[in-house]
Design a protein around this ligand. Structure first.
Ligand code: NDP
Length: 259
C-alpha cells in the first residue's frame, strides 16, 4: 500500500479552520490522521468545529486568535507548539472579503482592514511557523509545509474588489519567496487559489440569481465549489507525498480560469 498520504504523528494548523474552506481542509487532514489546531476569532464556532473534527479520533484544539494581531499570532504559535509538541504544516487560510461598488469608493480604512487580515495575517502566521520549522531543521529534523490561501482575485482582474485582489496577489508572491529561501531546511511553501466556493463569504453571490445565470454556467464543472473540494489538496500538501513540491500555485476552481 502507498503510505505517504498517511498523516499519523503529524500536526496541522489551519487558520480560519472553524468553517468554510478551512474546515473542509481540517476535516480531511484529521481523517488522514493528523492532529489539528484551528484558529478563529469566534469562540462558539471554534468549539463547534472542534467537536466535529474530534469525531475522526485525533487530537484537536482551537484557539481564539485574530491573525491581524501580531502578538496574538506569536503567542498562539508558541502555545500550539507547546501543546502539540510540533507543527508540521500550516495553512494560512483565514481571510475576509470586502466587495465595494467601485474602485473609486475603496476607502483607506477598507483597504487596510482587508490587508490586515489577508496579508499581514498570513505574514505573521507563516513567519512564526517558519521560525519553529527552521529551528527544528537546524537541530537535524528538517521538513514542514507552509500553505497560503490566495484567490483567483490575486491573479485575474478583480473589479470592484482591487483591495482584496491586491492582498491575495501579495500572498502569492510571499509564498514564492518563502519557497526559495526555506527549501534548504526542507520547508515547502505553496499557494492554493480557490475559485467560486459556496461558503459564508460568498453568501450574497449565492443568493443572487444573476450570478447563478451568468457566472456558474461559465465554470466547466457547472457548480459551486464546496469546502470538501479542498480536502485532497490539503492532505497532499501536508503529506510526504509532496516532499519535492514547492513554490507552486494550485488553482482549484472547477476549470473556471482555463475556460
Ligand atoms: P469564510 O468566511 O467561510 O470563513 C473565513 C474563516 O476565516 C472563518 O473561519 C473565520 O473565523 C476566519 N477569520 C476571519 N477573519 C479572521 C481573523 N482576523 N483572524 C482569524 N481568523 C479569521 O471564508 P472561506 O472559507 O470562503 O474563505 C477561506 C479563505 O479562502 C479566505 O482566505 C478567502 O479569502 C479564500 N477564498 C475564498 C473563496 C470563496 O469563493 N469562498 C474564493 C477565493 C479565496 P471567525 O469567524 O471565527 O473569525
Amino acid at each position: 500500500m502507498y503510505k505517504p498520504f498517511d498523516l499519523s504523528g503529524k500536526t496541522a494548523l489551519v487558520t480560519g479552520g472553524n468553517r468554510g474552506i478551512g474546515l473542509g481542509m481540517a476535516d480531511a487532514l484529521a481523517q488522514a490522521g493528523a492532529d489539528i489546531v484551528i484558529w478563529g476569532t469566534n469562540a462558539e464556532r471554534n468549539a463547534e468545529a472542534v467537536k466535529s473534527l474530534k469525531a475522526h479520533g485525533t487530537r484537536v484544539s482551537a484557539a481564539r486568535i485574530d491573525v491581524s494581531k501580531e502578538a496574538e499570532v506569536v503567542d498562539g504559535m508558541r502555545d500550539a507548539v507547546t501543546q502539540m509538541g510540533r507543527i508540521d504544516s500550516v495553512f494560512a487560510n483565514a481571510g475576509i472579503g470586502s466587495a465595494v461598488p467601485s474602485f473609486t469608493e475603496i476607502t483607506a480604512e477598507a483597504f487596510r482592514k482587508v490587508h490586515a487580515v489577508n496579508e499581514d495575517g498570513v505574514f505573521y502566521t507563516l513567519r512564526e511557523a517558519a521560525k519553529h520549522m527552521t529551528e527544528r531543521a537546524k537541530k537535524g529534523d528538517p521538513g514542514g509545509s507552509l500553505v497560503g490561501v490566495a484567490s483567483l482575485a490575486g491573479i485575474e482582474g478583480a473589479g470592484r474588489n482591487q483591495h482584496y485582489g491586491a492582498s491575495k496577489g501579495a500572498v502569492i508572491s510571499m509564498m514564492r519567496g518563502i519557497a526559495v529561501e526555506l527549501a534548504r531546511y526542507g520547508v515547502r511553501a505553496n499557494t492554493i487559489a480557490p475559485g467560486w466556493i459556496a461558503t459564508d463569504m460568498t453568501q450574497r453571490a449565492q443568493d443572487n440569481p444573476a450570478f447563478a445565470e451568468k457566472v456558474i454556467p461559465r465554470i466547466p464543472m457547472r457548480r459551486w465549489g464546496k469546502p470538501e473540494d479542498f480536502g485532497g489538496i490539503a492532505v497532499y500538501l501536508a503529506s510526504d507525498a509532496s516532499a519535492y513540491h514547492t513554490g507552486d500555485l494550485f488553482i482549484v476552481d472547477g476549470g473556471y480560469t482555463v475556460f
